[in-house]
Design a protein around this ligand. Structure first.
Ligand code: ZN
Length: 347
């Protein structure tokens, strides 16, 4: 299967934080082809192990499987659904979004509704409508009707967006944060074939609510070093200052120097930079970014684990739909695999 069709499957799957099953099943299918062993730990992180030579380093790759989304909080007696947010979502992008509720009876569509602008007061129109004032309309006549559809408190709600290919390399879809990282990890395993070191490729859970899965997985795997594979903000759109980010879509993987949770270990950074330069793989550097990745938690596990990140530049992350270049995924996988192949020279 091609990179494009595998990313399409991963993007269209639902993996709202804490309910990553669909994505995990796909990751198991995809990683089984290139791994010696697959494990699922108690928090339901999935770990694909590729065994290396005894005595050589063990590297952990981490790509989170969860996506930001919503969760059913209450059902009103009129049959509307009120929701909580899972992960960081800007309230301003919620009104009028189509969503899919994943119920025990299957999926159910709805739309996020709010009071129409025509009947809002002047001062109401100026302020942001927060998520607790919004609701999901599923066309139910009342609460019993909604319950009969299968909707229950706690059901995950994902944005209703289908993956599309645009032009030669650009694609648009849901949950690229972090299905882009998931597919990059799969592509990395595919490129690896024989390696000296042991590779544990981990699809982590619950990243968007505080890097929780990665914390448990890193303790269990106990690697010598780790890389998180995630997305980063592509700033090549109108209104973004160069000071905020210089990372551009299509210009290669972004290597983090520092973000709000991690200062990339100098040896890890050197190793990645040498690999990129020697293998002539395009890359971009970023520092001082707000936000973080699984690497922040992994790096402070046990007595400390040297960590770095390889990030895929992605536009409009944490919104219902993102955009990225498939070329960046290919180059991110190439860089990660090439770095792993030369690991013993550096560590
Ligand atoms: Zn992410």
């Amino acid at each position: 299967m091609s990179l494009n069709s595998n990313l399409e499957k991963l993007s269209n799957a639902c993996g709202v934080t804490g309910r990553e099953d669909q994505v995990r099943n796909l990751m198991i299918q995809l990683m089984t082809l290139y791994a010696d062993e697959i494990q699922v730990d108690k928090l339901e992180n999935v770990i694909a192990i590729k065994k290396g030579k005894a005595g050589s380093p063990k590297i952990m790759l981490a790509a989170h499987m969860d996506e930001v989304g919503l969760m059913v909080k209450t059902i009103t007696k009129e049959g509307f659904i009120q929701f909580s947010k899972m992960g960081g979502i800007d309230d301003r992008i919620l009104p009028a979004q189509k969503v899919t509720i994943h119920t025990k009876k299957g999926t159910y569509p709805g739309i996020i509704g709010s009071k129409p602008p025509h009947i809002q007061k002047e001062e109401e129109r100026k302020k942001i409508i927060t998520h607790d004032e919004l609701f999901i309309d599923i066309g139910a006549e009342n609460k019993e009707d909604a319950v009969n559809f299968g909707v229950a408190i706690g059901d995950p709600i994902a944005f209703d967006v289908k993956y599309v290919k645009l032009g030669k390399d650009a694609v648009m879809g849901k949950a690229f944060d972090n299905r882009a990282g998931c597919i990059t990890m799969v592509e990395t395993l595919k490129l690896l074939e024989q390696t000296d070191c042991t590779v544990c490729a981990v699809g982590t859970v619950q990243e968007e609510v505080g890097l929780r899965g990665a914390a448990a997985a890193a303790f269990g795997v106990d690697p010598d070093l780790a890389l998180s594979i995630d997305v980063t903000i592509a700033g090549d759109v109108p209104g973004v200052r160069e000071f905020d980010t210089t990372v551009k879509m299509g210009k290669g993987p972004a290597l983090t120097i520092s973000d709000s949770g991690l200062i990339t270990h100098p040896k890890v950074l050197r190793w990645l930079l040498d690999t990129a330069e020697e293998e002539k793989i395009p890359f971009q550097l970023e520092s001082g970014l707000l936000g973080s990745t699984d690497a922040a938690r992994i790096s402070i596990t046990r007595q400390g684990i040297p960590c770095g990140t390889v990030s895929i530049p992605t536009r409009y992350i944490h919104s219902p739909v993102g955009m990225l270049s498939l070329k960046d995924i290919e180059n991110s996988a190439k860089l990660t695999a090439a770095a792993i192949q030369r690991i013993t020279k550096h560590f």
